[in-house]
Design a protein around this ligand. Sequence first.
Ligand SMILES: NC(=O)c1ccc[n+]([C@@H]2O[C@H](COP(=O)([O-])OP(=O)(O)OC[C@H]3O[C@@H](n4cnc5c(N)ncnc54)[C@H](OP(=O)(O)O)[C@@H]3O)[C@@H](O)[C@H]2O)c1
Length: 210
Amino acid sequence: MAVRVHLNFAMSLDGCIGLPGPRPLQLSGPEDLKRVHELRASCDAILVGVGTVLADDPKLTVKTELIGRRAKNPLRVVLDASLRTPAGSKVLSPDAPTVVFTGRKGGALPPAEIVRVAADEHGFLDLNAVIAGLDKRRVGALLVEGGATTIASFLRERLVDELTVFVAPMLVGLPGAPRAFTGEPIALDGLKLGEPRRVGTGVLLRWTRP
Ligand SMILES: NC(=O)c1ccc[n+]([C@@H]2O[C@H](COP(=O)([O-])OP(=O)(O)OC[C@H]3O[C@@H](n4cnc5c(N)ncnc54)[C@H](OP(=O)(O)O)[C@@H]3O)[C@@H](O)[C@H]2O)c1
């Protein structure tokens, strides 16, 4: 079985995906939130980096009230090389199972399953090993939600099969706000642009790997 990776995030018109520091920023309006929760419901696993856990404390579950039906919560996945996820994080709630990928030997974050994978010289986890670990856990469809560092890693390593970006009618402008992409420029070779779609007051852009 191969893991299909869908990267989805929301950004402001000036390319920011959050605010400086551990402060959440709501970029999606009600229509986009509904779309995101439908997307979550259609996936086997949702992945974020530990930076998002620390900044937003997301529960990473499907809000049934937003999609109007009951749905199974996907597996929750955190990239956390040094096990910085706080013990009381919502991502560890009993609503769904959680797997925390780490580079560290030992350590526990009950009730999450801890899986050790190799890390590179910068301490970043080997994403191919993460994907192989998810494949082993029968994940066919993986939704990557961010944050900034995680988005850049998945794009740089060309692991994205589908990319959706909600562009919100908002300008952030603050120095230090996390941007959708930082680092050496890369071209999204091999991804084909679909029709842009109006979602609420914003625009949804979509690229897929043919
Ligand atoms: N607008 C949106 O759609 C959206 C969605 C999600 C988050 N956000 C925003 O994004 C911001 C957080 O972004 P962030 O860059 O600080 O955090 P992040 O991408 O959530 O997490 C990054 C951390 O994950 C760990 N990691 C381990 N292996 C990695 C790998 N191969 N690639 C990337 N990361 C790896 C690293 O920490 P260790 O070295 O400690 O493991 C790294 O610092 C917040 O402001 C949040 O609100 C926005």
